[in-house]
Design a protein around this ligand. Sequence first.
Ligand code: AMO
Length: 443
Amino acid sequence: MEAAKSALDELGDWRRTHYSTDLSPRNDGEEVVLFGIVASIRRQGAINFLILSDCKGLIQIVIDSKTSQDVVRKMGVLKRHSYIGVKGRARAMEKAPRGVEVVPTELKILSIPSKDPPFDMFGRIVPSLEKRLDIRAVDMRRPHVKAIFKIRDSVIRGIRAFLCERGFIEVNTPKLISSATEGGAALFPILYYDKEAFLAQSPQLYKEQLVSSFERVYEIGPIFRAEKFSTDRHLSESISVDVEMAYVDYNDVMDLLEELIKYVVKRSGEECEDEFRLIGVEPMRLDGAFGRFSYGEVFEELRAKGVPISWGDDLSSAQIRSELEGMGGFFFVKDWPTKSKAFYIKPKRDDPKICEGFDLFFGSMEIASGGTRVDSGELLRSRLIESGLNPASFRYHLEIFEYGMPPHAGFGMGLERLLMVITKRENIREVAFFPRDPSRLIP
Ligand code: AMO
């Protein structure tokens, strides 16, 4: 350990000239400065092959008998997960990955780990997900884990580009709130100075208030749900893509959501070819229109197949899920029983037992839900009471409606759920940086 510490160099005035992926045979002979983490070291006789991993990719570093003694000496103390700087010359090399390698003239050792991770960089040794999550930041150094988060980044940029292009503005709404929006059971209570408050379950009420001035708003932010159970699809803290629009109804927002998903799936597939290859997934192609079925149609079909379901049940029982799985792909279920949906979803004018609400599924997994909103303050008050909520707790919200509210509609989409579909991961924890669930509050 002492020996390792004394071997450490200062960053000094070294600055990166290239990322690993900037280099190609065309850089042959060029002076380069690279930084990164040692992914692997292979010693072959007198030659050392070191794979350096930076935030963009991998590059081979070759140390042979012609390399300076200082570099060769430093190679002796290097191990996997050491952070280093390499100054040297790029050399075209057919056998190297991407046809180029770097021959160092100088090496800086910036950090040497005192602990070896329980997995290797390339997924040959795979410990349990729990163990990986315990040291998540180290787990994410691995190229194929990092790839998932690069795809995530591309998806988020795609969402922003798509919505910005259509005149939406990005907003942020409070996460410390005074009352439930999605039903009391799943709330996290907190102490706000000397009062009880809650972590926001969704930006629902605020995004609705904001359409009264901005007409088109969206937020990509955390939602908190005190889920009582642990499943592969639920997090206690998740990222939601919330969209709200004035002067439209649920049909328009279903169109928008379908277009948005097709756009980000295509864009991330094109932008992240390498990342999809790394995770062994063929990017999705979404050609046809998403199916749109009414709750009544789905209910009748399930009944006809002998699946136990009562009118108003959600579609989450194990048996229903296995039926929905068979439908494959994305599809909407709309026109839900009013009693099954939140108080802010608008009942149909000609049949108030049914509402203009929808869920978007991918197989049996709910990806998003939304609907036309109640825009009358009076109706909102009575819907709150019917839903067992106290209008007094929503006074601040109802008051805005007294000042007038345009017709509006919107949706909330679980970012991790969409990413599970895009990256074909079975467990939601794989697509969250630092997942939170009933048994995990660290790291
Ligand atoms: P809902 O409660 O259906 O609707 O949530 C919207 C979407 O958010 C995702 N989601 C979750 N993802 C992971 N873990 C969780 N615990 C979790 N809870 C929800 C799902 C879900 O479809 N205000 C409404 C939306 C709206 O009408 O605009 C709402 O929150 O993908």
